[in-house]
Design a protein around this ligand. Sequence first.
Ligand code: FDA
Length: 312
Amino acid sequence: MYAGAKALFFALSRSASLKRLASRYGMAHEDSFARRFIAGETVQEAIAAARSLQGRGLLLTLDYLGESVRTIDEASAATREYVRLIDVIVASGIERNISLKLTQLGVDIDRATCVDNMRRILEPAQRSGFFVRIDMENSSYTDLTFQVFETLWQQQYRNIGLALQAALRRTEGDVQRMNELGARVRLVKGAYKEPASVAFRQKHEVDAAFLRLMRLLLDHGVYPAIATHDESMLAETRNYAAHRGIVLDRFEFQMLYGIRRDLQASLVAAGHKLRIYVPFGRQWFPYFMRRLGERPANIGFVVRSVLGERRS
Ligand code: FDA
């Protein structure tokens, strides 16, 4: 079921007609279904959402949605958008932290182009004190992502970090590699449909790996981010930190915009740092489908929202 739902929603995410339908209804109104997970299609909407999160004591990272671009021009356009986003964030006064995907910056086309695009973003980001997190995409990109990351690290960019996925069998080695570099990791379970040869398929296996990696990061990592909405993962992390005497500002939790807002409030009240990943932009469909794949029950509110709109 765990891998099955992801596979189903992955297949649906490639349907052009479903994408057209979703694009028509998903963000049309204030209460349209995609708005639960996506802050808006414009940067102004994202900044407004970020301000409101900051007002509740939350940290944030902004993600300009987009992935799998096919041409150098598209990759350049996405790079320019990120450079513009940096200026807008600075002008707005919100926290300086962004997340991005390498397939948005042309890694599929040519690795050197992608490294150049990253540098075009990292230069102004570094000057203005931003942290830049590289999201991890499906397992066919893990090596490439590391290659780009390590090239940039060797070029002395230090305002960068990577997301690593507990679902992949290789990740323990990757966590050790990042710990040795002294580079920051965001630990996630993994959102992609993966073959059993490279990934754990059962929830209990992924959860066990997540906890092993969490301990490795808390003991030896540099300011790790433990990114999950799973109450048992959160409780185990808090217990482990308390047991090892790890103070609360040595790590942070992270959650996705719109998910488990109840837990967000209780973690902040308990003195934890909690960063919210705030996605925005017009290319929201694949991101949205991954959120449905994680929790098929979400389909219920989509159906209700569309039926409601058609009646109104
Ligand atoms: P799990 O899926 O077991 O869910 C635990 C509970 O959380 C559920 O019972 C439910 O209550 C709630 N929940 C989880 N997902 C939900 C949803 N979609 N809708 C409603 N409730 C939901 N992945 C990746 O492959 N690469 C990446 O770079 C990132 N980046 C990233 C950043 C941040 C800040 C977060 C929090 C997550 C990611 N992810 C990611 C996604 C991650 O891999 C994973 O798919 C989701 O976080 C869901 O897994 P949980 O750890 O929440 O556990």
